[in-house]
Design a protein around this ligand. Sequence first.
Ligand code: FAD
Ligand code: NAI
Length: 515
Amino acid sequence: KWFPFWKTLWRLTYGSLIVGTAITSYSIYATRHPVDQPNPDPSKKTLVILGSGWGSASLLKKIDASQYNIIVVSPRNFFLFTPLLPSCTTGTIEHRSIMEPIRAIIRNKEASVTYYEAEATNIDYENKKLVIKESANHDREQISSTRTIDFDYMVIGVGAQNSTFGIPGVQDNACFLKEIPDAQKIRQKIMDRIEAASFKNLDDEDRKRLLHTVVVGGGPTGVEFAAELQDFFEEDLKKWIPEIAKDFKVTLVEALPNVLPSFSKQLIEYTEKTFQAEKITVLTKTMVKKVTSDVVTAEATNADGTKEIIELPYGLLVWATGNSARPVIRDLMSRIPAQKNSRRGLLVNEYLVVEGTEGIWAVGDCTATKYAPTAQVATQQGIYLAGLFNQLAHAVTLEEEITQLEQIVKSATNEQDRKAALSEVDSRTRRLRRSRSLLPFEYSHQGSLAYIGSDRAVADLSFWGNSSNFATGGSLTYLFWRSAYVSMCFSTRNKLLVIMDWLKVKIFGRDVSRE
Ligand code: FAD
Ligand code: NAI
């Protein structure tokens, strides 16, 4: 009696496997064999997109590029999946696994899309002119040139730079964690310090200093990096270089009373308890004031409210105290009267138009909005703008069609043709009205997730609009955290590479060789 059911189920599974494999194979084939792209069409508007990060890449992915001549300008010729960047500092993930070439994204558009590996240096918002600076290494010689691009529309998605608050010594002595070279530098320095600390003729004080990593900033970047480093020590370094075990130390310094200030109280407590168990020292209410090449000086507030100056000798210093606006953004803000009160970034209206400009939009970390500077916000803004540009292009097509139909109405020789054309004008006018009624951008928070080490993660999740706290550890969280990040990776290639890196580390451990 059950036989036909199982047979049908088997056929369905088998069938969907074949169809799934065929679709995936075709999409990989299509990505590897892009079609020829047309030249720019002078009758179309030129849209310049600055940046190749979360905001710009999601806009590029969703926009109907055939409606515009698109020019992408970014000094980084790839998209970077930042949530897994802390894992690159210890070799849990190899950096190329989280990079997606911008060429792969734009070359698969059946439209005119040009890419310049360059930095935007000046945005003339009134005359719609952009100055870019290209620089490259040519036969060991650094060459650079500037060029000016005319545009009709622009989307600014240049992100932000690291903030140092002008604290003396930070820029010269600290490592940051924003881009691939930052992660590579940290990975190299970790091994440098460890190998140096293994020198036999070092005194105790110097060895302790070299093996002490100070992380400044208890936001998600600082917390995730500290967690990754402690995992590296516990799972690999301690086994390969046991002589460093007793002196290896990670200290996280945070100016506020607790780490992860944007998470719920329950998750903060869970994180601090987990760090205590992992032997990561957390110094809260401690504000770093000065940095030299081997000592961090901070002002700590004691429980009774008194303040004291403490000194933390370090081997590696990682600075993660948030964002500040890039020079090109600061320069633009200084020239737009409507932006004069903004410090954090570009002020935008509810349609993401840069206040005080026309035809210029901004997304992500370069803006100052009520939202946190996260990948989630930048992605949703990019997708929103893609919809807006598609709608705008649709409206232009409808306007052209209406003009042509109106000509037909005027020149119609019989009543039937005239009525038919009139009814078409009517229906297109209704559609045009709908396309012009743009909805403002609305952010939908899907939750926050942070890795806190020892296969534990904390998550503030939203279910059907209600936020729920979810703090747990063990295999379930481990699986959840990893599957969430894999599902968010940009391409199938990235997803596969990330899974393979995790498997590699589970089987063989992390690579402790020094490059
Ligand atoms: P970015 O992604 O920073 O991209 C900016 C782009 O602009 C880059 O391509 C850059 O090369 C380019 N650019 C820079 N200067 C110029 C110029 N002058 N001209 C032209 N182009 C320029 N958020 C989350 O939601 N979840 C997470 O788990 C998470 N983890 C993170 C982990 C780390 C280590 C870091 C640093 C950030 C993390 N974030 C996370 C935050 C998230 O990465 C940012 O909010 C997001 O990258 C912002 O996107 P964006 O497009 O505005 O800028
Ligand atoms: P942040 O702004 O979130 O945190 C920086 C921390 O540094 C603050 O808590 C601040 O009090 C502290 N600080 C500032 N100056 C200090 C000083 N002199 N001494 C000691 N502490 C000091 O910055 P972060 O972590 O770089 O994150 C930037 C953005 O990226 C945030 O919006 C964050 O949500 C997002 N992000 C999200 C992640 C996730 O969701 N898993 C991971 C990483 C970043």
